[in-house]
Design a protein around this ligand. Sequence first.
Ligand code: ANZ
Ligand code: ZN
Length: 821
Amino acid sequence: SERYNPQEIEPKWQARWAELKLYETDLESDQEPFYYLTMFPYPSGDLHIGHWYAFSIPDAYARFKRMRGLNVLFPMGFDAFGLPAENAAIKAARQGGSVHPATLTYERMAHMERQFAKMGASFDWSKKVVTCDPGYYRWNQLFFLRMLERGLAYRKASFVNWDPVDQTVLANEQVVNGRGERSGALVERRLMPQWHFKITAYAEELLDFSGLDWPEKVKLMQTNWIGRSEGAEVRFKTESGDELVVFTTRPDTLWGVTFMVLAPEHPLVEKLTTPEQREAVARYVKAASHLSEIERQATDKEKTGEFTGAFAINPVNGERVPIWIADYVMMGYGTGAVMAVPAHDERDFAFARAFGLPVKPVIAASEGAEVDGEAMTEAYTGDGVMVNSGPFDGTPTGKGTPEGIHKVIAWLEAKGKGKGTVTYRLRDWLISRQRYWGTPIPVLYCDRCGLVPEREENLPVLLPEDVAFMPTGESPLKHHAGFLNATCPSCGGPAQRETDTMDTFVDSSWYWFRYLSPDLQDAPIDRQRARRWTPVDQYTGGIEHAILHLLYARFFTKVLRDLGFVDVDEPFKRLRNQGMILGEDNEKMSKSRGNVVNPDDLVAEYGADTVRAYLMFIGPWEAGGPWSSTGIEGVARFLNRVWALLTEPVEATGGDPETRKALRRAVHHAIKEVTEDLEAFGFNTAVAELMTLTNAMSRAKPALAGTDVWEEATEALLLLLAPIAPHLADELWERSGRAGSVHQQVWPTPDEGALVQDTVTIAVQVSGKRRGEVTVPKGADDAAVLAAAKAEPNVARHLENAQVVREIVVPGRLVNIVVRK
Ligand code: ANZ
Ligand code: ZN
């Protein structure tokens, strides 16, 4: 008979599904909606095995949910703006050629769409969203303008990585060992005006994950990223009369301050520094400007710093303390100034020892315990009681027993020397990119009016197509006269357009709302549909997006709610993250290691269904695992066995009731298990269950082929296989004479009756007299049999007020409970 030939059947079914428009979702249908979103890809060019893992398994989930009777929306699009396409254009410019990011991006998207079709993916492409389309990014611009109105978008000087050779701002990823990736020049931290979104205004709300079924790990990562710290702001005065405010989580250590440290970028540094210290301080500030924040915060980094020559007065005891600058203090956190308490803070301790500054303990481990700053070898950070702290001596204090912290805050507030406050590690979202391939920020600079927002009716501010890329990488927008020179929307005079574009994370912060009405002309979001379809029921994607994308998406949803575009507080109800597919050698796949597998080659060799089923079989989807070429062979054999099982004819003998019962039990067991597995993203165990069912069917075939129970088994196998190997299942569905597509069928439900094991009936005696009988599963253990026996009503009556002295179980035959009255 005919062999399983995926190269023939897969294109056939892909064409048939497209023709039937099988996966176009009617968003207005009365059927219960289920929004399954999977993170849309950047159009990098070719689908790699990671894409297959991230998309083919979600496809199985979407197919499963459709068969379960839900109206599933499973859309797809492209996160199409971004650096790689622009870098390709810049590279071409350096080599004297030219490539346009738009051309490249659209070519790549078309190629990837063809590859998705070959995967058998059931995306609803009729809702496609492409973020570099003006019909999409115009709404980024509208949101920006509305946010600007409300102060949620603003422009302020921020530190950026400046490449002095290429005269351009670099992303953190483009700075390697402190140097520009391309120019090799020492990168400087420069203060430049940049656009920001005020995500910090939502810090508190973003810490609330109630009602979200998200992995604990992701919630924890976001919580730490937001980094809420309770503490106090304390007002110190410099000797020259300037106010120097510090943020501290430990105001209870104020009496132990022996010096102060400012971030090198702190605005008071220049003013405070004495003439003798000026040169050394300037040198230190310059050196610090070459370090990234990550390098500065490394815990093993040797402490460096410089004395400013100035002093401050401690507001709690009037002590005079020297003011230093050091790179371990960050300008972007708290107030950029620290009251240093070396006795109780590790970083301050290391700094004090490095520069010979005094250490003054103000917390004793216990009442009366001796404290000696000279003798300390490390900071004491534990709980204890306050000492050498004026009116607070003897007060218990510490992170675990914060009485002292609270009392000192109340005291500071009463004396007007400070106040309790909450600080977040989260910074406002810097969205400015000095790049071409992104959404133009819709504002202008007018000589007369200053900063002027573009009028909403003039949107979109189009990205000009006729641009020349610079070998330096500088944005071509800066040199495009037609784009730059515009009319002021306010006074009609000449104005210059903003040349910064938006971070592409803006594009991915609301795209799932747009899938609901991708062509809507007069609004970004169909609010009615959004009410019905969001929050997204299930979102899946890579763990690498645990913080930025997922936090921005939550922030944007809340902003859109506050701007009146949507009515939900959160974007994604349930989140799951897939693991990673590693090479055969258990290492990350990479070209340099030579351990990459190419999905196109695999599809040509085995067919898409085998690749899909094998990726599912590798291990729990949320864990990932190493690729195995013998593993995929095994799964290929499995699908071939399914094919042979349902296509090779046999003369069956008919079988007896026992074999019929055994087959039905295997079938309904599989239905039950596969359903539970798929619901819980247990794709590996679902495939294993199907292998077990196939084995049971192989054993039963010579007896039962052609009988009603065989047909029941065939139907169940194909239905359960449909999400996993969608082409093979549909082909066998058709060949077995069944109507329609298997993907339009209803998911089976297990017949609980068929699951019941065979039973035996056992006589029950009480002290040797027969008092009843019980029916229990064959092979049930003694404890279960005894429990059933004692529960039998007549037996129970005879056991009342009696003391059991012995219990005898003769398996499969008899129970005797010996009692004494
Ligand atoms: C005095 C003190 C004494 C501190 C003590 C800690 C322990 P978290 O918990 O992460 O919020 N700090 C404040 N602003 C800083 C900045 N811009 N750069 C670097 N460090 C800064 O950390 C808060 C603590 O980090 C603050 O409390 C301050 O040191 C330091 F026994 O103040 B503490
Ligand atoms: Zn003007």
